[in-house]
Design a protein around this ligand. Structure first.
Ligand SMILES: [Fe+2]
Ligand SMILES: [Fe+2]
Length: 267
């Protein structure tokens, strides 16, 4: 799969929400369980700047194709967070800088060490970029699926329009990360081994390192806990199966199962 970075550079931009009637939510509020997911999504979209910081201290910064993508990607994710913030604002909720500052405060300790860990891992192995591109593909797949599930569960025309536009941009992010992952894993057993090990040991649903555990559990069970959600997860796991050397992991299904069991006190 080839990704045309020059075309993406031309297409990338601020999410078009000029015609979204956020006042609609005054008369048609989103139910609390879904609003709780939107708070999570708002915070994580805005946390992209920190993910960018962590990636740029690795050898990824030497590759101009990667840095071009990451620059546009971070800008698009910012506007996803802003648009979701408008939905929260229409519900009288805190959004934007106030919520983002609280999230940064919560992650101040881990945020101090993350760039060091990333830089050290990058110095230790040249395959670190393969790991991060694969990680990015999986996070974009799950994010896009999460927005799709939220739209289905809420069945609100305004929210659905907004989320579909976000999902379209997430689709381009998926194309980039998945094409990079494929190219870096293909023909490299060492990269495949390292990526498999890193995912098995460290991968958790996007936002797990930032959001409180009950919020992660709520998001995963609300969006992926029913039949349609489990089917969406199975589709993502099948996509992971298609990446060189990564078949048979059931990574997302297993991570979601662990979270759900943890919620019942079984684990
Ligand atoms: Fe996004
Ligand atoms: Fe994205």
């Amino acid at each position: 799969m080839n990704f045309d970075i020059d075309r993406y550079k031309q297409l990338a931009g601020r999410l078009n929400d000029g015609d979204i009637d956020y006042g609609h939510f005054h008369s048609h509020p989103i139910p609390e369980p879904a609003l709780r997911c939107l708070r999570y999504m708002h915070d994580i979209e805005h946390h992209t700047a920190c993910y960018l910081r962590d990636l740029l201290v690795t050898r990824a910064h030497r590759d101009p194709t990667l840095t071009t993508f990451l620059t546009c990607w971070a800008y698009e994710e910012l506007w996803h967070g802003e648009a979701i913030g408008q939905v929260l604002a229409a519900h009288g909720e805190s959004w934007g800088a106030a919520r983002v500052a609280a999230a940064r405060q919560r992650t101040a300790w881990s945020g101090r060490f993350a760039p060091w860990a990333m830089a050290l891992s990058s110095a230790a192995t040249r395959h670190v970029t393969a790991v991060h591109m694969t990680w990015g593909a999986i996070n974009e797949w799950t994010t896009q699926a999460g927005y799709g599930r939220l739209a289905q569960r809420c069945d609100d025309p305004v929210l659905t329009t907004l989320l579909r536009r976000i999902m379209k941009q997430e689709g381009r992010h998926i194309d980039f990360y998945a094409s990079q992952a494929h190219a870096r894993l293909e023909g490299s057993p060492a990269a495949q081994r390292m990526t498999r090990t890193a995912l098995r040991r460290l991968w958790a649903p996007v936002g797990s390192g930032v959001m409180p555990r009950p919020e992660v559990r709520h998001l995963v069970t609300h969006l992926f806990g029913d039949e349609a959600g489990r089917e969406a997860v199975a589709r993502i796991d099948r996509r992971i199966d298609m990446l060189p050397g990564l078949s048979g992991m059931e990574l997302v299904a297993n991570a979601n199962r662990r979270l759900a069991f943890a919620g019942t006190g079984t684990v």
